[in-house]
Design a protein around this ligand. Sequence first.
Ligand code: ADP
Length: 207
Amino acid sequence: MASSDVVWHAAEVSKQSRAALKQQRPCIIWFTGLSGSGKSTIANALEEHLAAAGQHTYLLDGDNVRHGLNQDLGFTDEDRVENIRRVGEVAALFVDAGLIVIAAFISPFRSERELVRNLVDSDEFIEVYMSTPLATCEERDPKGLYGRARAGLIRNFTGIDSAYQPPETADLVLDTSSDDVQSCVSRLLTVLTERGILPPAAGISQS
Ligand code: ADP
């Protein structure tokens, strides 16, 4: 809780002016889904595309954040909520800085995703649910984590012994067991254009 002695200092340079300098509409594109569902892969592919089109982006990735800012946090429900709270605050600051933030976090609980959504304007949060089935994620097991979780070597693993609450009103649902990377990126670009984040004339090639 902030001390009542700490007073918010209004900045002279506004979010709008920073965004205008970058000639873009800042937002958070929030990927949620099971480990191995393709969040990082698709988030990276999307960022590559946007950067090539001249958009100023920043990718926040769950694993990377846990090496620094959140290295003191584990995977209990309490720590997971704190993990997402901090990441949400960082993402909101980056939106304030004028960036298009791409966030890839399992973020299993509806309430924590709601918390992040409420940190920015309603049209600045785009929720992307990676609905790739658990069986596919487990079969891929790109980091060997499911194997270790099934063997009881990792506790509180989402989908195994920790809950995942799917979004009820995601802006986009992607299932990477049936959609390849390119088609996922294309569908994302369509949503971003429809939402006015990308100008129709951006001419973003979908190759
Ligand atoms: P997450 O970030 O959700 O844990 P990752 O992106 O790290 O997931 O891992 C997804 C794995 O699935 C990667 O090894 C990736 O190469 C593989 N994969 C196979 N097909 C796809 C696809 N269509 N989209 C995304 N990832 C895919």
